[in-house]
Structures are given as C-alpha cells and as structure tokens.
Design a protein around this ligand. Structure first.
Ligand SMILES: Cc1cc2nc3c(=O)[nH]c(=O)nc-3n(C[C@H](O)[C@H](O)[C@H](O)COP(=O)(O)OP(=O)(O)OC[C@H]3O[C@@H](n4cnc5c(N)ncnc54)[C@H](O)[C@@H]3O)c2cc1C
Length: 262
C-alpha cells in the first residue's frame, strides 16, 4: 500500500522585519524578507514522522500558494526531508483571501492526489486558523484539527487534541485533513546532507490555468472579505511616573481604574 501525504506550507513575511500594507491595503510582500511559517515546520515534521514510522511506501509532497520567493519555504521543507514540492504562483492571486486560498490549495491537492493533508494550526501572519476546515469541506473529507499527536495506521489517522479541561482521542478514515499544533514535537533542523539533497528534488510550478481556476474566482475581485482601512499603531508615548509622597498607592489605583485594568 502507498500513502500520499500533502503538507500545506505557507511563506510568510519575517515577523522581525518592518512590515507594511501596500496602497491597496494588501500586505506588501515585495518589500520584506519571508520564510517558511514556523507553525508549518511542525506539520512537515509530523508528515516525515508518519513516513518514517510506516511500513508502507509514503510520499510527502509540500505545497505552497505564494509569490516567486515562496520557493524558499519549499526548499526548507525539502531539506527537512519532504520528497517533492508544488508551487502555485500566478499574478492574479494578488489580494486572494482565505476563501480563495482554500480554493487554490484544494484544487492543487486534488490534482496532486492525496490520502492525507497535513496543515499547520494557523499561519504566523494571517493567523486565522481556518484553512484546514475550509480544505476539508472543499475536498469532501473528514477533518481532525489541532492535534498534538498524530499517527496513521492502515486507512485511519488518529490523534490527540489537548484542551484546557480534557484531552480527546480522535480518529478519521482516510482520505482526511489534519492540522497539528506547536505541541506536536520539535521540528528537525535540515542537515547539510538534507540541504544538498533538496537541490535535486522536483519542484513543480502550476498557475491558475493548470488548476482550471478563473482569475475572477480569486484575487481582490473574488475575495469575500475586504480591508476597508488600516492605520499604523500610534508611536509609544512617554510613561506616567507616580511619585509617592504619601498618596502614591491611591494615584496608582486611580491610574489603573481609569484604564479599566482594575
Ligand atoms: C500572493 C498572495 C496575496 C495575498 N493577498 C491577500 C490579501 O490581500 N488579503 C487576504 O486576506 N489574504 C491574502 N492572501 C492569502 C493569505 O495570505 C492567506 O493565505 C489566507 O488568507 C489564509 O489565511 P491564514 O494565513 O490566516 O490561514 P490559516 O488558516 O491561519 O492557515 C492555516 C494553515 O493553512 C495553510 N496555509 C495557509 N495559507 C497557505 C498558503 N498560501 N500556502 C500554503 N499553505 C497555506 C498552512 O498550513 C497554515 O498553517 C494572499 C496570498 C497570496 C499567496
């Protein structure tokens, strides 16, 4: 038996960089360095562990929808140990929202062929955490989300979801979509050998026409959501110094009460 795993990996702006919005209120992706979303490294790790623990033939494909530079995210995942990569890139994707992104990812996953989709719990830039559920709906398969532990046996994926009050053991028959949390196990660092091997691994590039998607279905035109306005966070003002001349405690309490901290 063989198992085809597709891991969705997002190329995100580096959170330590200076990020801004472009004039059309989309994220300015040209002006800032990017990287593989840290939360998707956990998804790659879990897919690789499933492959390593399986007696079956397992193929791990990493998939991204993103600009030219998103290939860097794919290279990192390949150097961790994934077998091949798919990059969906098209100028008409500019401004695509979560609904549109889920359409593109779902069509790409269907075209690639899959038994299991592994996603991160959320991206580190958009952080909506909705894509895994949207993908399951579009692909018409079960979803088991926010897993801290995941395994595959036969035609079943199993996992543990930890909540505040209890942990649940969940399972679904394949094909299915799962998402994994940052508690699922540390992601491996690419080895030198892995980095060299990644250079020779196949990276397929698809555009919207390869996926039978019309330009109007994605981009700002096809988006279900619209950013109406965005303002920069105001610069920090100087703090308030409370001098204690007998009334310091009262002044402090009044300061906190005025700001509704107490
Ligand atoms: C060129 C481009 C322009 C965009 N412009 C906009 C815009 O103007 N407005 C807007 O709202 N959105 C835009 N998006 C889409 C946006 O960046 C997100 O991909 C989408 O909105 C999903 O939201 P999220 O990141 O919060 O997903 P979440 O639901 O938090 O993501 C969960 C998981 O889904 C997977 N995932 C999410 N996005 C991708 C991806 N692109 N590729 C592969 N896996 C993914 C990852 O595994 C991730 O961990 C754009 C995307 C691209 C590629």
């Amino acid at each position: 038996m063989s198992l085809r795993i597709v891991v969705t990996v997002k190329y995100v702006p580096d959170a330590t960089g200076d990020r801004h919005f472009a004039d059309d209120l989309t994220v300015d992706r040209d002006d800032v360095d990017g990287l593989l979303s840290e939360l998707d490294e956990y998804a790659v790790e879990q897919a690789l562990q499933i492959a390593e623990n399986s007696d079956d033939d397992v193929e791990v494909t990493v998939l991204t929808v993103g600009p030219e530079d998103a290939k860097d995210a794919l290279r990192k995942a390949l150097s961790m140990g994934a077998d091949k990569a798919i990059h969906v890139e098209d100028d008409d994707l500019h401004g695509t929202d979560a609904i549109g992104t889920s359409l593109v990812l779902a069509k790409a996953i269907e075209k690639a062929g899959f038994d299991l989709v592994v996603s991160g719990m959320a991206s580190t830039d958009g952080t909506m955490g909705v894509l895994p559920a949207l993908l399951a709906e579009r692909l018409g398969v079960p979803q088991v989300t926010l897993l801290s532990e995941v395994s595959v046996e036969g035609g079943t994926v199993r996992g543990r979801r930890d909540g505040d009050a209890a942990s649940e053991q969940l399972e679904a028959s394949l094909p299915a979509v799962v998402s994994v949390t940052d508690q699922s196990g540390e992601a491996r660092y690419p080895s030198f050998k892995g980095i060299m091997a990644a250079k020779k691994k196949p990276v397929e590039s698809w555009d919207l026409s390869d996926l039978d998607i019309e330009a109007e279905e994605v981009g700002l035109e096809g988006a279900w959501t619209k950013v109406e306005d965005a303002v920069a966070r105001p610069a920090r003002t100087a703090g308030t110094i409370v001098k204690d001349e007998g009334e310091g405690g009262k002044q402090l309490a009044a300061f906190l009460a005025e700001r509704k901290f107490v």
